[in-house]
Ligand binder design. Structure first.
Ligand code: NAP
Length: 257
Protein backbone atom coordinates (compact mmCIF):
# COMPACT_ATOMS: atom_id res chain seq x y z
CA UNK A 1 0.00 0.00 0.00
CA UNK A 2 1.25 3.45 -0.89
CA UNK A 3 1.15 6.21 1.74
CA UNK A 4 -1.72 8.67 1.22
CA UNK A 5 -1.53 12.46 1.01
CA UNK A 6 -4.28 15.06 0.79
CA UNK A 7 -3.19 18.25 -0.94
CA UNK A 8 -5.70 21.10 -0.85
CA UNK A 9 -5.87 23.33 -3.91
CA UNK A 10 -4.00 20.82 -6.05
CA UNK A 11 -5.77 21.50 -9.35
CA UNK A 12 -3.34 24.24 -10.32
CA UNK A 13 -0.11 26.01 -9.45
CA UNK A 14 1.86 25.08 -6.35
CA UNK A 15 -0.62 22.40 -5.26
CA UNK A 16 -0.23 20.60 -8.57
CA UNK A 17 3.56 20.82 -8.26
CA UNK A 18 3.36 19.28 -4.78
CA UNK A 19 1.03 16.47 -5.91
CA UNK A 20 3.33 15.59 -8.80
CA UNK A 21 6.43 15.42 -6.59
CA UNK A 22 4.59 13.18 -4.11
CA UNK A 23 3.36 10.95 -6.95
CA UNK A 24 6.95 10.69 -8.15
CA UNK A 25 7.82 9.33 -4.68
CA UNK A 26 5.05 6.71 -4.90
CA UNK A 27 2.39 8.42 -2.77
CA UNK A 28 -1.33 8.12 -3.52
CA UNK A 29 -2.64 11.65 -3.82
CA UNK A 30 -6.03 13.22 -3.09
CA UNK A 31 -6.31 16.24 -5.39
CA UNK A 32 -8.64 18.76 -3.76
CA UNK A 33 -9.99 21.66 -5.80
CA UNK A 34 -12.69 24.33 -5.41
CA UNK A 35 -14.36 24.48 -8.84
CA UNK A 36 -11.94 23.86 -11.70
CA UNK A 37 -12.56 20.17 -12.48
CA UNK A 38 -10.75 20.39 -15.83
CA UNK A 39 -7.58 21.65 -14.15
CA UNK A 40 -7.88 18.88 -11.54
CA UNK A 41 -7.93 16.32 -14.39
CA UNK A 42 -4.70 17.81 -15.72
CA UNK A 43 -3.15 17.45 -12.28
CA UNK A 44 -4.20 13.79 -12.18
CA UNK A 45 -2.61 13.19 -15.58
CA UNK A 46 0.55 14.98 -14.40
CA UNK A 47 0.72 12.80 -11.28
CA UNK A 48 0.39 9.57 -13.27
CA UNK A 49 3.05 10.74 -15.69
CA UNK A 50 5.41 11.64 -12.82
CA UNK A 51 4.88 8.23 -11.20
CA UNK A 52 5.27 6.34 -14.47
CA UNK A 53 8.65 7.99 -14.95
CA UNK A 54 9.87 6.10 -11.88
CA UNK A 55 7.99 2.88 -12.65
CA UNK A 56 5.53 3.28 -9.75
CA UNK A 57 1.78 2.63 -9.61
CA UNK A 58 -0.13 5.31 -7.76
CA UNK A 59 -3.70 6.45 -7.27
CA UNK A 60 -4.58 10.11 -7.97
CA UNK A 61 -8.20 11.06 -7.31
CA UNK A 62 -9.95 14.46 -7.56
CA UNK A 63 -12.08 15.72 -4.64
CA UNK A 64 -14.14 18.88 -5.04
CA UNK A 65 -14.61 20.80 -1.78
CA UNK A 66 -14.50 24.44 -0.70
CA UNK A 67 -12.20 24.34 2.31
CA UNK A 68 -13.67 27.55 3.71
CA UNK A 69 -16.94 25.67 4.43
CA UNK A 70 -17.31 23.28 7.38
CA UNK A 71 -19.70 20.93 5.57
CA UNK A 72 -17.36 20.68 2.58
CA UNK A 73 -14.39 19.96 4.83
CA UNK A 74 -16.09 17.03 6.53
CA UNK A 75 -17.38 15.68 3.21
CA UNK A 76 -13.85 15.97 1.80
CA UNK A 77 -12.25 14.04 4.64
CA UNK A 78 -14.90 11.34 4.61
CA UNK A 79 -14.58 10.84 0.83
CA UNK A 80 -10.79 10.68 0.98
CA UNK A 81 -10.95 8.12 3.82
CA UNK A 82 -13.53 5.99 1.99
CA UNK A 83 -11.87 6.19 -1.42
CA UNK A 84 -8.15 6.11 -0.65
CA UNK A 85 -7.75 5.32 3.07
CA UNK A 86 -6.26 7.12 6.09
CA UNK A 87 -4.34 10.33 5.42
CA UNK A 88 -0.67 10.25 6.40
CA UNK A 89 0.23 13.67 5.06
CA UNK A 90 -1.97 16.75 4.88
CA UNK A 91 -0.67 19.65 2.81
CA UNK A 92 -2.65 22.82 3.54
CA UNK A 93 -1.93 24.58 0.27
CA UNK A 94 -5.24 26.02 -1.03
CA UNK A 95 -5.31 29.77 -0.78
CA UNK A 96 -6.57 32.86 -2.52
CA UNK A 97 -5.30 36.36 -3.14
CA UNK A 98 -7.61 39.36 -2.82
CA UNK A 99 -9.71 39.94 -5.95
CA UNK A 100 -8.28 43.45 -6.17
CA UNK A 101 -5.27 45.01 -4.50
CA UNK A 102 -6.69 47.80 -2.33
CA UNK A 103 -4.96 50.29 -0.07
CA UNK A 104 -5.25 49.38 3.61
CA UNK A 105 -7.26 52.56 4.26
CA UNK A 106 -9.91 51.53 1.69
CA UNK A 107 -9.93 47.76 2.29
CA UNK A 108 -13.36 46.21 2.85
CA UNK A 109 -14.63 43.61 5.28
CA UNK A 110 -16.03 41.22 2.66
CA UNK A 111 -12.57 40.60 1.19
CA UNK A 112 -11.10 40.20 4.69
CA UNK A 113 -13.75 37.63 5.65
CA UNK A 114 -13.26 35.61 2.47
CA UNK A 115 -9.46 35.62 2.70
CA UNK A 116 -9.47 34.61 6.35
CA UNK A 117 -12.08 31.88 5.84
CA UNK A 118 -10.14 30.28 2.98
CA UNK A 119 -6.52 30.90 3.94
CA UNK A 120 -6.73 30.54 7.73
CA UNK A 121 -9.97 29.06 9.07
CA UNK A 122 -10.05 26.27 6.47
CA UNK A 123 -6.51 25.01 7.23
CA UNK A 124 -7.08 25.30 10.99
CA UNK A 125 -10.17 23.13 11.11
CA UNK A 126 -9.02 20.71 8.42
CA UNK A 127 -5.84 20.14 10.41
CA UNK A 128 -7.82 19.72 13.61
CA UNK A 129 -9.92 16.93 12.03
CA UNK A 130 -7.00 15.15 10.37
CA UNK A 131 -4.93 15.33 13.56
CA UNK A 132 -7.79 13.87 15.63
CA UNK A 133 -8.02 10.93 13.19
CA UNK A 134 -4.27 10.33 13.30
CA UNK A 135 -4.26 10.40 17.10
CA UNK A 136 -7.31 8.11 17.40
CA UNK A 137 -5.67 5.57 15.08
CA UNK A 138 -2.29 5.98 16.84
CA UNK A 139 -0.73 6.67 13.45
CA UNK A 140 2.33 8.81 12.86
CA UNK A 141 1.69 11.59 10.38
CA UNK A 142 2.81 14.88 8.95
CA UNK A 143 1.12 18.18 8.36
CA UNK A 144 2.47 20.95 6.17
CA UNK A 145 1.23 24.53 5.94
CA UNK A 146 2.02 26.54 2.81
CA UNK A 147 2.30 30.09 4.07
CA UNK A 148 4.12 32.86 2.19
CA UNK A 149 6.78 35.54 2.51
CA UNK A 150 3.66 37.67 3.13
CA UNK A 151 3.61 36.15 6.64
CA UNK A 152 6.27 38.76 7.57
CA UNK A 153 6.35 41.19 4.61
CA UNK A 154 3.94 44.12 4.84
CA UNK A 155 2.20 44.77 1.49
CA UNK A 156 -0.17 47.63 2.25
CA UNK A 157 -2.30 46.92 -0.83
CA UNK A 158 -3.23 43.42 0.33
CA UNK A 159 -3.24 43.58 4.09
CA UNK A 160 -5.92 40.89 4.35
CA UNK A 161 -3.67 38.39 2.55
CA UNK A 162 -0.69 39.27 4.78
CA UNK A 163 -2.77 38.88 7.93
CA UNK A 164 -4.06 35.49 6.76
CA UNK A 165 -0.52 34.24 6.07
CA UNK A 166 0.86 35.56 9.37
CA UNK A 167 -1.95 33.54 10.95
CA UNK A 168 -0.95 30.43 9.00
CA UNK A 169 2.61 30.77 10.32
CA UNK A 170 1.21 30.74 13.87
CA UNK A 171 -1.00 27.73 13.06
CA UNK A 172 2.14 25.78 12.18
CA UNK A 173 3.73 26.69 15.53
CA UNK A 174 0.58 25.86 17.47
CA UNK A 175 -0.02 22.47 15.87
CA UNK A 176 3.69 21.59 16.04
CA UNK A 177 3.66 22.18 19.80
CA UNK A 178 0.36 20.35 20.33
CA UNK A 179 0.99 17.32 18.13
CA UNK A 180 4.64 16.48 18.83
CA UNK A 181 3.73 14.06 21.64
CA UNK A 182 1.61 12.14 19.12
CA UNK A 183 4.54 11.80 16.70
CA UNK A 184 2.92 14.14 14.19
CA UNK A 185 5.48 16.47 12.62
CA UNK A 186 4.29 19.90 11.52
CA UNK A 187 6.14 22.13 9.08
CA UNK A 188 5.66 25.51 7.46
CA UNK A 189 6.84 26.08 3.91
CA UNK A 190 7.18 29.75 3.03
CA UNK A 191 7.23 30.25 -0.75
CA UNK A 192 8.49 33.46 -2.32
CA UNK A 193 7.46 34.65 -5.76
CA UNK A 194 6.25 31.59 -7.63
CA UNK A 195 5.01 31.51 -11.24
CA UNK A 196 1.33 30.46 -11.06
CA UNK A 197 -2.10 31.84 -12.00
CA UNK A 198 -2.03 33.78 -8.71
CA UNK A 199 0.94 35.89 -9.77
CA UNK A 200 0.08 36.09 -13.48
CA UNK A 201 -1.52 39.53 -13.21
CA UNK A 202 1.61 41.02 -11.61
CA UNK A 203 4.12 39.24 -13.84
CA UNK A 204 5.67 42.37 -15.38
CA UNK A 205 6.10 44.04 -11.99
CA UNK A 206 7.88 41.01 -10.53
CA UNK A 207 9.94 40.40 -13.69
CA UNK A 208 11.43 43.84 -13.20
CA UNK A 209 11.93 43.46 -9.43
CA UNK A 210 13.62 40.08 -9.78
CA UNK A 211 15.88 41.37 -12.57
CA UNK A 212 16.84 44.26 -10.27
CA UNK A 213 17.89 41.83 -7.52
CA UNK A 214 14.86 41.54 -5.23
CA UNK A 215 15.79 37.89 -4.69
CA UNK A 216 19.45 36.82 -4.41
CA UNK A 217 18.61 33.88 -6.71
CA UNK A 218 17.44 35.92 -9.68
CA UNK A 219 14.60 33.84 -11.08
CA UNK A 220 10.94 33.11 -10.46
CA UNK A 221 10.24 30.15 -8.23
CA UNK A 222 8.30 27.22 -9.67
CA UNK A 223 5.64 24.88 -8.25
CA UNK A 224 8.28 22.15 -8.53
CA UNK A 225 10.59 24.09 -6.18
CA UNK A 226 7.87 23.97 -3.51
CA UNK A 227 6.97 20.38 -4.38
CA UNK A 228 10.52 19.25 -3.78
CA UNK A 229 10.56 20.80 -0.30
CA UNK A 230 7.33 18.93 0.51
CA UNK A 231 8.88 15.73 -0.88
CA UNK A 232 11.86 16.09 1.49
CA UNK A 233 9.47 16.25 4.45
CA UNK A 234 7.40 13.36 3.09
CA UNK A 235 10.58 11.27 2.86
CA UNK A 236 11.13 11.85 6.59
CA UNK A 237 14.43 13.64 6.10
CA UNK A 238 13.81 15.80 9.20
CA UNK A 239 12.95 13.21 11.88
CA UNK A 240 13.99 15.33 14.90
CA UNK A 241 12.41 18.58 13.69
CA UNK A 242 8.97 20.05 14.06
CA UNK A 243 7.59 23.56 13.69
CA UNK A 244 10.43 24.24 11.26
CA UNK A 245 10.08 26.90 8.55
CA UNK A 246 11.46 26.13 5.10
CA UNK A 247 11.95 29.26 3.04
CA UNK A 248 11.50 28.44 -0.65
CA UNK A 249 12.04 31.99 -1.82
CA UNK A 250 15.31 32.36 -3.70
CA UNK A 251 16.81 33.96 -0.59
CA UNK A 252 14.21 36.77 -0.34
CA UNK A 253 14.26 36.54 3.47
CA UNK A 254 17.98 37.36 3.77
CA UNK A 255 18.91 40.76 5.10
CA UNK A 256 21.84 42.10 3.12
CA UNK A 257 23.95 45.24 3.36
P1 NAP B 1 -3.37 29.34 -7.67
O1 NAP B 1 -2.52 29.07 -8.86
O2 NAP B 1 -4.33 30.47 -7.72
O3 NAP B 1 -4.14 27.98 -7.30
C1 NAP B 1 -5.00 27.99 -6.18
C2 NAP B 1 -5.47 26.58 -5.90
O4 NAP B 1 -6.27 26.63 -4.70
C3 NAP B 1 -6.39 26.03 -6.99
O5 NAP B 1 -6.17 24.65 -7.05
C4 NAP B 1 -7.79 26.36 -6.47
O6 NAP B 1 -8.81 25.48 -6.96
C5 NAP B 1 -7.57 26.13 -4.99
N1 NAP B 1 -8.53 26.81 -4.12
C6 NAP B 1 -8.80 28.14 -4.04
N2 NAP B 1 -9.76 28.37 -3.12
C7 NAP B 1 -10.12 27.15 -2.63
C8 NAP B 1 -11.07 26.74 -1.68
N3 NAP B 1 -11.86 27.60 -1.04
N4 NAP B 1 -11.19 25.40 -1.43
C9 NAP B 1 -10.38 24.52 -2.07
N5 NAP B 1 -9.46 24.86 -2.98
C10 NAP B 1 -9.33 26.17 -3.26
O7 NAP B 1 -2.46 29.61 -6.39
P2 NAP B 1 -0.93 29.23 -6.08
O8 NAP B 1 -0.09 30.36 -6.51
O9 NAP B 1 -0.64 27.87 -6.56
O10 NAP B 1 -0.96 29.27 -4.49
C11 NAP B 1 -1.06 28.12 -3.69
C12 NAP B 1 -0.77 28.48 -2.25
O11 NAP B 1 0.55 29.03 -2.17
C13 NAP B 1 -1.69 29.56 -1.68
O12 NAP B 1 -1.95 29.30 -0.32
C14 NAP B 1 -0.88 30.84 -1.83
O13 NAP B 1 -1.27 31.82 -0.91
C15 NAP B 1 0.51 30.31 -1.56
N6 NAP B 1 1.60 31.13 -2.10
C16 NAP B 1 1.66 31.43 -3.43
C17 NAP B 1 2.73 32.20 -3.89
C18 NAP B 1 2.90 32.56 -5.33
O14 NAP B 1 3.78 33.39 -5.63
N7 NAP B 1 2.16 32.00 -6.27
C19 NAP B 1 3.70 32.66 -2.98
C20 NAP B 1 3.59 32.33 -1.65
C21 NAP B 1 2.54 31.55 -1.22
P3 NAP B 1 -9.57 25.76 -8.39
O15 NAP B 1 -8.58 25.38 -9.46
O16 NAP B 1 -10.76 24.87 -8.36
O17 NAP B 1 -9.89 27.22 -8.41
Amino acid sequence: MNPIALITGASRGIGRGIAMELARLGWDVAINFASNAEAAKESIAGCHQAARGTGREIRAIPFQADISLAADRSRLLESVRNTLGPIELLVNNAGIAPKARTDLLDADEASFDQLLATNLKGPLFLTQSVARDMIAAKRRGKIIFISSISAYTASVERGDYCVSKAGVAMLAQLFAARLAEHRIGVFEIRPGIIATDMTDSVKDKYDALIAAGLTPIRRWGTPEDVGRAVAAIARDLFPFSTGEVLNVDGGFHLRTL
